[in-house]
Design a protein around this ligand. Sequence first.
Ligand SMILES: *[C@@H]1O[C@H](CO)[C@@H](O)[C@H](O)[C@H]1NC(C)=O
Ligand SMILES: *[C@@H]1O[C@H](CO)[C@@H](O)[C@H](O)[C@H]1NC(C)=O
Length: 224
Amino acid sequence: MQLTLTLPRSGMCMLLLVSTLLLWEHVASKPSGLMSIEALYNRVVEYSHITYVLAADIYREFDLNFFKRSWFTDRTLSLCHTASIYTPETRQEVHDTKTEDLLKAIVNITHSWEEPLKHLLSAVPTLQGASDNMLKSANAVKERNHILLEGIEAILNRTQVEIEDDAYPDWSGLSDLQSSDEETRLFEFFNLCRCLRRDTHKVDTFLKVLRCRFVYNNECMYYQ
Ligand SMILES: *[C@@H]1O[C@H](CO)[C@@H](O)[C@H](O)[C@H]1NC(C)=O
Ligand SMILES: *[C@@H]1O[C@H](CO)[C@@H](O)[C@H](O)[C@H]1NC(C)=O
């Protein structure tokens, strides 16, 4: 910790690293040093909620300034790259899904966004007239997604849920996102931020259901 504070240039990055470890593993005020599962859930939900809000902001700005109606007739919307990950749809289905399966789906989704989020961030400056705010949000979502993944891993560590395979769905939109054809590029950006909003919402919802199970004994509204 001391060390990182004296490193000026890489300071931000190191600080982030250190703070995430502290974030998920230790509580200074507790003698055991280990964060309770309730505290972990509260914290991941804080993260997932804001991640979703930021993803929705990116989508909203894109929709306002770059979306074209003609896409609906000229182009086919592709499935999100995470579409193959099984997730419950209705409230009742979510409620009926085992903790282990929800956690696995959350890890899978969050993991499979690591790579595309880097490219989404690089693509924002290619949008003519995108705001600084959009760039900031894209950066924040990328970092939060990573921190969230660590938080969920910390929860998995406690719950003895084993993730045996390390296969995550790949995103195949990179060449479109970097295309020299503006329409192709914009359309891929649209797909990406549409899917991002959808998936961050899912993850947030599932984590809130799990928090409800572990922190409030299921006695809360599922989506709060
Ligand atoms: C993620 O989902 C895909 C598609 O269903 C599956 O093939 C893969 O095994 C899953 N990975 C993990 C770690 O659960
Ligand atoms: C999970 O547990 C392992 C071994 O106990 C530990 O090394 C690792 O840092 C833990 N990861 C998280 C994110 O808590």
